[in-house]
Design a protein around this ligand. Structure first.
Ligand code: RB5
Length: 146
């Protein structure tokens, strides 16, 4: 089983707790990087913490939750080696792993229901990268990053 780094801003603690519980129930080790409490925080700080855990090899995948998932994804994708996608369903989850080798899954606590997010996260973790022609495209993304 993998180690998964997870974090949210103040919009996401409840969904984050649900996702964390499901990951632990599935046997994953979870590196929970906050935020603790409901005080307003800045989502790029939490995106950075999860991205560092992934790029430094402390976690295989990252999970980020904010109000929409969008801010987290924008912030996460600024980090070299991170490919983050906002997930709304299992199809996006499966295809972003298969084609983009996504390593960070982002969720909107104000836009996506708990069950939908849980299903999408399971699909994300179950799907391997397909490689092949997608390898070349992912390599181009990394080459263009800075
Ligand atoms: C916080 O209010 C909200 O802006 C944040 O959670 C996120 O949705 C940003 O993209």
């Amino acid at each position: 089983m993998d180690t998964i780094a997870i974090a949210s801003d103040h919009a996401g603690p409840q969904l984050r707790a649900e996702l964390r519980a499901a990951l632990e129930a599935a046997g994953h080790a979870v590196l929970d990087l906050g935020t603790d409490g409901t005080q307003s925080v800045d989502y790029p700080d939490f995106a950075a913490a999860v991205c560092r855990a992934v790029t430094e090899g402390r976690a295989r995948f990252g999970v980020l939750v904010c109000g929409t998932g969008i801010g987290m994804a924008i912030a996460a994708n600024r980090h070299r080696g991170i490919r983050a996608a906002v997930l709304h369903d299992t199809t996006e989850a499966r295809l972003t792993r298969a084609h983009n080798d996504a390593n960070v899954a982002c969720f909107g606590a104000r836009t996506t229901g708990v069950e939908t997010a849980l299903d999408a996260l399971r699909a994300f973790l179950a799907q391997p990268f397909e490689g092949g022609r997608h390898e070349r495209r992912v390599a181009k993304i990394e080459a263009q990053n800075g």
